[in-house]
Design a binder for this molecule. Sequence first.
Ligand code: CA
Length: 478
Amino acid sequence: MQQPNIIFFLVDDMGWQDTSVPFHTEITELNRRYRTPNMERLAAAGVKFTQAYACPLCSPSRVSLMTGLNAARHMVTNWTLRRDQETDTARDDVRSADWNVNGLCPEPGVSRTVHAETLAALLRQAGYRTIHCGKGHLGAHGTPGADLLNLGFDVNIAGHAAGGPGSYYGIHNFSAAWRGGDRIWDVPGLEKYHGQDVNLTDVLTREAITEIERSVEDRRPFYLYMSHYAVHAPWEKDDRFYRPYEESGLPEFEATYASMLESQDDSLGEIMRSLERLQVDQNTVLVFMTDNGQPKQVPRNRPLRGHKLTPYEGGVRVPLIVKWPGIARPGSVYSRTPVIIEDIFPTFLELAGAAHLVPKDGTIDGRSFVPQLDGSQCGHAGRALYWHYPNTYDQPPFSAVRYGDWKLIYFHADRKFELYNLRDDIGERHECSQSKPTEVRRLSRLLTRHLEETGAKMPVTIATGEAVSLPDGVISGL
Ligand code: CA
């Protein structure tokens, strides 16, 4: 079978309801507010996953994508930027775990990094031309992982260590310098657009399409990691889409955010049209996903609770749509079992006919969801999903597990548990750890075992200098 082209279209910081495609059982206010017609088209041609998850913030999700590892194992648990410099903020009670502040590294022995074979490197080994476009945010500045060309990509468009752009505007050279911001956020490699009245999202799209054209001309399968900087801060309106939202009465900030959402959707449409024009759309798997829930500044993704950096569904549940012509049933919905971002790694290798390249030493946490796409299997029954954020940036540190309908959150600083039944209570309004002690014990045992098995590091209690207990250690003391 001919290897399909693979496009992973990843939007930054876009929430579960930040689209006109409903992922909930009913259409919400935000579904009506935002216009994402190309996502609607994609959903009509593919499978919509309503229970897809990522990590609660950028670098952890991106490292899980590239390695197939759960965050508890790769320990790039907070956002990365500068070598050896933690991005955590101080608290009185606990300090962050000793996490991998330098991110993902293509070579062993670099301090505070996780070293692993990357998805891009393995796809290249399988014969793919590998293209990175947009936000990298995988390794800290000054480490080998900051350079996407060291991580298995043949081409790097505009990616580096930073997790956001200085500006979306060509007239500002995609730099924050015009408002006195740090040059570390300057988007690299797009000098030919400097000074022009263009938007970064559009520029990345044009550059990506040029690389798709090159790959088609070369008759090589390609993997395009279309990693948009949008819709991450700084929130700067895209004038091509702003006015109708303003005229509908939205305040300036909300209309700005909406224009950025429509801007990335326009990019999706441009890419879909280019695949059709080049007559490769029937042999291209196109996957849409986002890397975490929406940030706290933007309108809430009701009915979900919480936002980016929190363990609640609003922080970790994300849109996922997979179009695989001829295999995945058009317009279908997959809601039976949840999937998580580290699953992309083995899924793409299987799509590429390269499942044999999935590391066999048992350390991959992700599981291929190809069987759910081709209908040969209905999901991994009895599987638990895990989150680990032992950090103190903006929100309190936690670990969490989802098993079946239940989700247990363990907050590290006060050693408190919260238990929710997501089937009955997707908004996590009814905390039931007191009334369901058996479920608490069962999920705590799973979470404890996972944290032990992955060698996860925990925050440190400042008063004692000791690591915070694993959840079972707290339960046994109750
Ligand atoms: Ca993000």
